[in-house]
Design a protein around this ligand. Structure first.
Ligand SMILES: [Zn+2]
Length: 193
């Protein structure tokens, strides 16, 4: 059984104090670090993604021109090369095997839309490493965690959401996302860290 871990968008702009900070983001970052300290060896592949938007333009309508609706349009966040786009300092990335960037010039919720610095897609990595099972953690439950997990299921993988290691933008949409993921075949369970 070959397992991968996806660490979705644990970045300063998505944790407390960030441009689009979600409540519980720092705790998720620290929790993932603890999970990795105990379980990194369980994973053949540890993929961390970063939202990585262009400084110029609205990134395909992703950045709101006026008031964001927090569904399809958002405050400016995770601009490439800025502190907000960096990993939260509570996240220890030493065990990460592949770093993926997504969202250059366009909205990209799923880490399957990104590539590594070497140009590999996450789909390529799962195939080349023979990954069967995928654990998903990170931010935000109702957007990028949801989209990444649904894509992993679409790619034929068995998915677990580690529910104590995700944080969402809003409680109702986060609950709905977890229900949708369970319906799609994901297991919801705590991390045992
Ligand atoms: Zn974004």
């Amino acid at each position: 059984m070959t397992r991968a871990l996806f660490i979705v968008d644990v970045q300063n702009d998505f944790t407390e104090g960030g441009a689009l900070g979600v409540a519980g983001g720092d705790a998720v970052a620290a929790g993932i670090t603890a999970h990795l300290a105990a379980h990194a060896a369980d994973y053949a592949l540890i993929v961390a993604s970063r939202d990585w938007h262009d400084a110029d333009g609205d990134n395909g309508g992703h950045f709101a021109a006026g008031e964001p609706d927090f569904v399809d349009t958002w405050p400016v966040h995770c601009v490439a090369g800025t502190p907000g786009a960096e990993y939260d300092p509570e996240l220890d990335t030493a065990a990460v095997t592949h770093h993926v960037k997504k969202g250059q010039g366009k909205p990209a919720y799923s880490l399957f839309e990104g590539v590594t610095d070497a140009g590999e897609t996450v789909g390529d990595l799962l195939t080349s490493h023979g990954v069967v099972d995928v654990d998903v953690v990170g931010i935000a439950t109702d957007y990028c965690v949801r989209a990444s997990a649904l894509d992993a299921i679409d790619h034929g993988r068995h998915v677990r959401i580690l529910t104590d290691l995700v944080a969402g933008v809003a409680p109702a949409s986060s609950d709905a996302a977890l229900a949708e993921l369970a319906h799609a075949g994901a297991e919801l369970q705590e991390s045992n860290r």
